[in-house]
Write a protein that binds this ligand. Structure first.
Ligand code: SF4
Length: 244
């Protein structure tokens, strides 16, 4: 019935993205929980994961990066002991702490890194902070599969062909290009590239061994249960509609 169980952290972030999804969410849902263990209402959430036989648990954030959570490794360990052995754990991160917390990073089954550009100026515009994470070093030292998720907007759309080529050169295997929630842009991924399939309603391309999915949140067919840092459990990820 559900594909994912998302554990959503909240608190000050190490980036300041102008389009941060946390800003679209009722602030009462995003209580700072970076030092709390366990996250509020975790027991109920674990019960629901077991009841619904969900095998994908995701550490992500509404207003912060999950690697800023002080008890990241402890929570993974706790869940490993409570959930079925075939449960998979994924991290969704901006990767600003990936190399510093590499040991914990490598505890997940897979990681999705949000990275919109390799260009320092564009990164500053889109992430609000300086210092592009070193994707080459992360790929080199990671022991888990990595996917890059790239938000495409006016700031970086012209760079996309170069960005895609560089990702491929670094040996990345999976890339997702996505738009802002609610936006409809028409941009070519790479001249002449045509879809070779689809994933949950989104077109998938192949670029010399790099799988590229053009993801449209609005059309996504994934379903999830979500534990907000306030303890609220919701089946709605984009929470304009979520009630406290
Ligand atoms: S990294 Fe994520 S949580 Fe942090 S400011 Fe950017 S969008 Fe928001």
């Amino acid at each position: 019935m559900f594909d994912f169980a998302n554990i959503l952290f909240a608190g000050p972030c190490n980036a300041r993205c102008p389009y941060c999804i946390g800003r679209q969410i009722d602030p009462r849902l995003s209580v700072n929980n970076l030092t709390e263990f366990p996250p509020r209402n975790l027991d109920r959430f674990v019960e629901m994961i077991i009841k619904h036989e969900i095998r994908q648990v995701v550490f992500t954030g509404t207003t912060t990066d999950p690697q800023l959570y002080r008890h990241e490794a402890r929570l993974l360990d706790f869940l490993h002991n409570r959930l079925p052995a075939d449960t998979q754990y994924a991290l969704h991160t901006n990767a600003r702490l990936a190399l510093k917390k590499l040991g914990t990073f490598n505890l997940y089954d897979r990681v999705c890194i949000s990275l919109p550009t390799f260009n320092a100026g564009t990164y500053m515009k889109m992430m609000g902070v300086r210092g592009v994470p070193d994707l080459a070093a992360i790929l080199d030292r990671a022991r888990v599969p990595i996917k890059v998720s790239c938000l495409v907007n006016d700031d970086n759309v012209a760079e996309i062909p170069e960005f895609v080529a560089h990702c491929q050169l670094l040996g990345l295997r999976r890339l997702v290009l996505r738009q802002l929630y609610g936006e409809r842009g028409e941009w070519p991924i790479i001249e002449g590239l045509s879809p070779r399939g689809e994933y949950r309603g989104n077109p998938v391309y192949d670029y010399h061994g790099l799988e590229i999915t053009r993801w449209d949140f609005d059309h996504s067919e994934s379903t999830s249960i979500n534990l907000f840092s306030s303890g609220v459990i919701s089946e709605t990820y984009l929470l304009a509609e979520t009630r406290i």
